[in-house]
Design a protein around this ligand. Structure first.
Ligand code: RB5
Length: 177
């Protein structure tokens, strides 16, 4: 199992603790940043982790921000990503068993590190049950396929230089947390 992990500044410390936990379990991972507590934007890291799963063969992802909410909203914009923001182990385990979640999101301002380890452990140990859930997860996948956005020319013209968030230059010192 290979995990892509990322956080913003709010999740940085907890990310380091989750990495220690992954090390203790000999679980392979790659850290896609951020690498310090300087204020930054969570969508950048959600994009990198989502793309690592979609394009680079990672089995799953862990994303940490202040609440876990921004990371889950951003990661779920990518096809095939099923990100679940969890604050306790029960939801994390069920998100694997029933929803086949492939990204776990947590909020460093919501839960403590002990709870985060229990959530991570439960999520990593749980497996997708398929069966009756296959039909429902399949419905989500087909919804995603039917609603793939083709950017209308007018909007494309408004944003001619748009680059992926993860590639944008990060401003320093002007940001508020
Ligand atoms: C950063 O202040 C905070 O907004 C971010 O970490 C996250 O909680 C967003 O969902």
């Amino acid at each position: 199992m290979k995990i892509a992990i990322g956080s913003d500044h709010a999740g940085f410390r907890l990310k380091e603790q989750v990495k220690d936990y992954l090390d203790s379990r000999l679980i392979e991972y790659e850290d896609f940043g951020t690498f310090n507590e300087e204020s930054t934007d969570y969508p950048r890291y959600a994009e990198q982790v989502a793309k690592a799963i979609i394009n680079l063969g990672f089995d799953g992802g862990i994303l940490i921000c202040g609440t876990g909410i921004g990371m889950s909203i951003a990661a779920n914009k990518f096809p095939g990503i099923r990100a679940a923001a969890c604050s306790e182990p029960f939801s994390a385990i069920l998100s694997r068993r029933h929803n086949n979640s492939n990204v776990l999101c947590m909020g460093a301002r919501v839960i403590g590190s002990g709870m985060a380890m229990l959530i991570t452990e439960g999520w990593l140990n749980a497996t997708y049950e398929a069966g009756r859930h296959e039909r429902r997860v399949g419905m989500i996948t087909r919804m995603e396929q039917r609603n793939q956005t083709i950017v209308p020319p007018t909007i494309a013209a408004e944003f001619p230089n748009e680059t992926p968030e993860s590639q944008e230059t990060q401003p320093h010192s002007t940001q508020t947390p």
